[in-house]
Write a protein that binds this ligand. Structure first.
Ligand SMILES: Cc1cc2nc3c(=O)[nH]c(=O)nc-3n(C[C@H](O)[C@H](O)[C@H](O)COP(=O)(O)O)c2cc1C
Length: 319
């Protein structure tokens, strides 16, 4: 997720456990070959973040070879093609959801990508501009025929807001059309949501977005409670988790790249607190990471551990 699933947050996910595959945020294929992976916050990663899939924003098959060569040099574990982002800034470049609107271009891109990498090749899609079963089926089977190994489906239409209930039942249809694994995405914030989603669509896996940013231990809970993984139940102490995030961004990124990422993260993390808007607005108004840290400390002092965390099962503590 743009501005969010960089190395710092991915390391936190990994420490809690339960993640089958991590992902970078969407990366412009055109910029990848010249990006410096030692200092770019888009590309910095550590051995803790494994396996790691890199997500590409592509508009033309000509961008594929140089971008994939760069990802091979970075030791990517998988490559994902973003075909779902409806944001205008992405669409005007012919990337993201624009590829679902230009299926022939999408096909050329996938064919080229398949030729260029032996790595697992995946695609992330939405349901379409409108509910059109034939068009969606044609698009999904085209992706499979051209060599995509796995499909992640954000079960909303192009213009549907995040507030709308995702249409998980459409993922069940997609599963009937293709033989490759289908991963469900959209609206999973709790273990119960995960259960409901799987019950409705029978997906082969779950992709967490905002829910994981708010509760980075959600993967561990789902892996343990639904998939029966042998993972120690996470004990979460939110101030320590927040402090770990700040330590990691300080350690990983150059000073001018830190505060923006802290603000992005806080916007979601604050959702753990009843009065989280106070934390969020305090951090949005901070002029430095240290000022943000101090403001957060005052907030934590006045807002004890919220119920959601007090309920977490016993086990190791993230500190
Ligand atoms: C701030 C933000 C950034 C996002 N960035 C990306 C991205 O880089 N790549 C992508 O495939 N989806 C991106 N998404 C979409 C999410 O991956 C996900 O499909 C969507 O939020 C629905 O899932 P959720 O309800 O679990 O959040 C982003 C969403 C948000 C809110």
């Amino acid at each position: 997720m743009a501005g969010l699933t960089h190395s710092a947050l991915r390391q936190i996910f990994s420490r809690f456990g339960g993640v089958g595959l991590l992902s970078t945020e969407m990366l412009w294929a055109k910029r990848l070959p010249t990006e410096n992976s030692r200092i770019s916050p888009y590309l910095i990663s550590t051995v803790l973040e494994k396996p790691l899939s890199y997500q590409l924003l592509v508009s033309s098959d000509r961008e594929i070879a140089p971008a994939m060569d760069a990802l091979h040099r970075l030791h990517a574990d998988a490559i994902d093609l973003n075909m779902g982002c409806p944001h205008w800034s992405v669409g005007k470049s012919g990337c993201g959801f624009a590829l679902m609107e230009q299926p022939e271009n999408a096909r050329r891109i996938v064919t080229e990508a398949r030729k260029h990498t032996p790595l697992p090749l995946t695609a992330k899609i939405r349901l379409g501009v409108e509910l059109d079963e034939e068009a969606l089926r044609g698009f999904c089977t085209m992706l499979e025929d051209e060599g995509v190994d796995m499909l992640s489906v954000h079960a909303r239409l192009k213009k549907e807001s995040f507030a709308r209930r995702p249409r998980w039942e459409w993922i069940a249809r997609i599963k009937q059309w293709v033989g490759i694994p289908v991963v469900a995405n959209g609206g999973i914030f709790t273990v119960q949501d995960a259960r409901d989603c799987l019950g409705m669509c029978g997906a082969d896996g779950l992709m967490l977005g905002r829910g994981a940013v708010i509760r980075p231990w959600l993967f561990a809970e789902i892996a343990r409670e639904i998939y029966g993984c042998d993972i120690v139940g996470p004990v979460v102490f939110l101030p320590a988790l927040y402090s770990t995030f700040i330590d990691l961004i300080n350690e990983l990124y150059r000073p001018e790249r830190r505060l923006g990422r802290l603000k992005e993260f806080t916007y979601y993390f604050a959702g753990n607190y009843q009065f989280g808007h106070q934390l969020s607005s305090g951090i949005q108004g901070s002029r430095s990471v240290e000022e943000a840290r101090e403001r957060a400390a005052v907030f934590f002092e006045n807002n004890g551990s919220p119920q959601s965390c007090a309920n977490a099962a016993t086990g190791t503590k993230l500190n």
